[in-house]
Ligand binder design. Sequence first.
Ligand code: SF4
Ligand code: FE
Length: 489
Amino acid sequence: MMTKEQYIESLRKLNLKVYLMGERIENPVDHPMIRPSMNSVAMTYELAEKEEYKDLMTATSNLTGKTINRFCHLHQSTEDLIKKVKMQRLCGQKTAACFQRCVGMDAFNAIYSTTYEIDQKYGTEYHKRFTEYLKMVQDKDLTVDGAMTDPKGDRSLGPSQQPDPDLYLHIVEVRKDGIVVRGAKAHQTGAVNSHEHLIMPTVAMKEEDKDYAVSFAVPSDAEGVFMIYGRQSCDTRKLEKDADMDLGNSQFGGHEALVVFDDVFVPNERVFMCKEWDFAGMMVERFAGYHRQSYGGCKVGVGDVLIGAAALAADYNGVPKASHIKDKLIEMMHLNETLYACGIACSAEGMKMPAGNYQINLLLANVCKQNVTRMPYEIARLAEDIAGGLMVTMPSQQDLRSPEIGRYVEKYFKGARNTCTENRMRILRLIENLTLGTAAVGYRTESMHGAGSPQAQRIMIARQGNLENKKELAKVIAKIDESKNVINK
Ligand code: SF4
Ligand code: FE
């Protein structure tokens, strides 16, 4: 496995093409707006080195028998699925941000099981290719951007109906030695901190969409690949001088980018689906299921930090004993643990796939994510309620440090007895960061849209919920005789 330092050095060796605010960035690793997000991924390496976290952060590879980082693992049991969620909660607690590496892990497990089933039907060799690819990823301990979401253009039209054919990533040429692809993947979590991009289709497809049914992997600095970095609320604070306090979380963050594939050649050994349109939906459903499980871990870990920050804000405001504050904190914990319970439940109810790895219970994973589209918003609302308006009206670190006015900031923003003004400002800025600032991308909007928007889960819940069976149960209890309905017609 790589150490944290080796991971950082390995990124420096990549020749990434990254654009940020209209300019090509020569050194993404040390860029002040990107670096905190890289530190979050680095945490997945650092924790794996620590004895106390080995059980959660590492696993034994079923492919090689070696000890690997769990982020590269194919889950071998329901216990593995549960440990995955616990690992994500831990990483959320340590970074208070999106640590990005889960998308690769979720893609590995979805592609591994789907390629097995494609090969069963078509006699192809995708599963063997993917297994070889994953062995390389595990041995090198790589971070992989599992990429699903296409830009999608006009949402009322399918991939092959779009006026611009590139709005879904597609195959433009099939050669003897590989394929050429064109298109883009949007909202790519951690793309700039990844060694590889691992591509999957974004929707179930029809036969006319077959050029869009494609899965493959390329190095993140492959010819023809470039990335355009996504903006975040308050992101340029990271460029300011003496803004450590104002950032709320100066060490960690997350990021998303648009990854463009401008006629990229992919050699055959890295192609894992090529026009098998009838398997696109399966791959999407499985990846989405795994990532919806993931949110029952990562968002809970970040929620732990936010609840802690709200409780500290109450302490510093001098109101920790107020009954309504205590009740709000209880409510926040209740909501947060409800999400965790969903993450654990869909894992405990997981099952072995034909390929041999374990998959979560899809219905419960979708229920988990549906709750994530709501509960973090309520937790954030309560945190803002407890924090008070000062969270968004207080002056800057530079004002606090100013020889001229610093003592006024110190005096007028002091809270409870024995509380230092700086600490009070720091904790309020952390709440601001998580609810309105750069980390709000990960904690709020991503809770809504990441791993699929709420409606996507409702479709899956409708499909998996087995309503007919529930009707039968009710009929038996109520002694319904269906033949009477016919007679009454
Ligand atoms: Fe991992 Fe959560 Fe970020 Fe997805 S949103 S990559 S599950 S930390
Ligand atoms: Fe996500």
